[in-house]
Design a protein around this ligand. Structure first.
Ligand code: DX5
Ligand code: ZN
Length: 232
């Protein structure tokens, strides 16, 4: 699959979920080796950026994304868990992100943040913390290319899926359908084989999976298994 083809994929035509492996659980000392193991199975690669402020942890940033960009044609799905996202959007765009997702809690003016991402020539995504009422995102959905439901408290990999996320997925699915949006509905956190089917049935199309993929001995097989379980 080449890069241009990957960018034209329409989520409404996906018959199975796409898996976006989250590199947070990869071995950063061998990052591209790990990524190459799943490159043929996945179109999206999820990159978690943390600031130690909005979330109680730190992770990777601009230089790592810039380096990853040089070595793969996967769609780079950058998840900004940072305050003041507007200040960094151009830098993450220049680094080679394809989708830039910010948290609704972190922006004073989400309409403006979405516009900044689009003006940088990138696809705009919004995410929401599990503690924030889901209805607050409604006014922004029509302008988004991706919506990311957090199914764990953002900040760490390997946490347990919060079952309340299922109703939030259904709510956003309904809202997107009501306005005829083709935005990707993505879910992040605690996705394992056992909950994949419920998440797919709730209406999500893109599954972010960190530990399920990168902690497996056979990472490509873990992706295939997760897709298969989603269809059960
Ligand atoms: C958590 C991150 C996730 C994380 C998911 O804040 O946004 O992308 O890597 O990891 P798992 O799949 O292990 O829950
Ligand atoms: Zn993430």
């Amino acid at each position: 699959m080449n890069y241009e083809f990957r960018k034209t994929v329409n989520p409404r035509e996906w018959s199975a979920p796409e898996i976006a492996p989250s590199v947070l659980s990869a071995d950063f000392g061998y990052l591209m080796r790990d990524v190459k193991e799943i490159e043929a199975q996945c179109s999206f690669l999820h990159l978690d950026v943390m600031d130690g402020h909005f979330v109680p942890n730190m992770s990777i940033g601009i230089p790592v994304i810039k380096s990853v960009r040089k070595h793969t044609d996967m769609i780079l799905d950058t998840h900004l868990m940072i305050d003041n996202p507007d200040d960094y959007i151009q830098a993450f765009a220049d680094a080679g992100s394809d989708y830039i997702t910010f948290h609704v809690e972190c922006s004073d003016n989400p309409h403006k943040t979405i516009e900044l991402i689009k003006n940088a020539g990138k696809k705009a995504g919004m995410s929401i913390h599990p503690d924030t009422p889901i209805e607050v995102v409604k006014p922004y959905l029509k302008d988004l290319d991706l919506f990311l439901i957090m199914s764990v408290r953002p900040g760490f990999g390997g946490q347990k899926f919060m079952p309340e996320a299922l109703d939030r997925i259904k709510y956003v699915r309904q809202q997107l359908d009501a306005i005829g949006s083709n935005a990707i509905l993505s879910v992040d956190g605690g996705i394992i084989n056992d909950n994949a089917s419920a998440i797919f049935k709730a209406g999500a199309g893109l599954f972010v999976a960190g530990s399920t993929v990168f902690c497996a001995d056979d990472k490509a097989k873990a992706v295939e298994e997760l897709k298969k379980c989603a269809l059960l």
